[in-house]
Design a protein around this ligand. Structure first.
Ligand code: MN
Length: 244
């Protein structure tokens, strides 16, 4: 199983989570929310080859952590993965739009200078803006929209731009999202948990809970869970190869 967006460092016991991921032979992208979290989070998983750590600066923290951009640039050459980054246009964070834009533009420039990255993107209520900024940074790498909830027009723009989409169990609880998933080409989809932030029935999702997203996708695609897993693995290989 594949979890392309998990906040391993935010679980109460990250080292236990990492051990269980390893026991299940899962592939996980461990995203971070601040550059200062990079060293600690990278250390948790550095001995596990199937777990990769992404360097991030979450848009909801952009205004507080903009001073960490030099730190972002310090670490950028240490990883092929960047996330969680992006924009958040929801009411709570819209007032910090200027800092969010400055941070995202800086990060994408830094990704371009470092040869391009695989980038896990947050785009809540800001999908069009994120796509526009990606367009301004064509060498930044391969974008993966995590938990995409934009309008259909934005979705189609992102698809046209060869973006990827990581889909989780919480997202598949929404009828609107299910309709959106039907529009995305099968070969552009990957799974994610977004745990421990994302919850289903009040319980934080664990990386291995992506299993229920696999089942959800198999229903949407009219495929067996086995065929769905095969498709997701072949997508995952294509994603990794697109970078190398
Ligand atoms: Mn997240």
């Amino acid at each position: 199983m594949i979890d392309l967006h998990a906040h391993i460092d935010l679980y109460p016991d990250p080292s236990e989570v990492v051990k269980e991921i390893d026991r299940r032979k899962m592939y996980v992208l461990s995203v971070t929310t601040t550059p200062s979290a990079w060293i600690g989070t990278y250390s948790i998983a550095k001995h596990y080859s199937r777990i990769k750590t992404a360097l991030g600066l979450h848009p909801q923290l952009a205004h507080e952590r903009i001073s960490e951009l030099p730190l972002f640039d310090t670490y950028i050459n240490e990883t092929d993965y960047v996330g969680e980054v992006g924009l958040d246009g929801s009411t709570e964070f819209a007032e910090h739009k200027a800092s969010q834009l400055a941070v995202l533009k800086h990060i994408l420039k830094s990704c371009s200078n470092s040869g391009g990255k695989i980038i896990s993107l947050h785009s809540r209520r800001a999908a069009n803006d994120v796509i526009e900024i990606l367009d301004e940074h064509p060498d930044s790498g391969v974008p993966i929209f995590h938990w995409f909830t934009g309008e259909e027009r934005a979705l189609k723009r992102a698809i046209q731009r060869n973006a990827w989409f990581s889909i989780g169990p919480a997202m598949l609880k929404s009828k609107k999202s299910i309709e959106m998933v039907k529009v995305i080409p099968k070969n552009r989809i990957l799974t994610e948990s977004d745990g421990p932030f994302a919850k289903v029935s009040g319980k934080s999702l664990m990386p291995w809970d992506v299993e229920s997203a696999v089942l959800g996708l198999s229903r949407i695609w009219g495929m067996t869970p086995f065929e769905t897993q095969e498709t997701l693995f072949s997508n995952f290989r294509a994603l990794i190869e697109s970078k190398s």
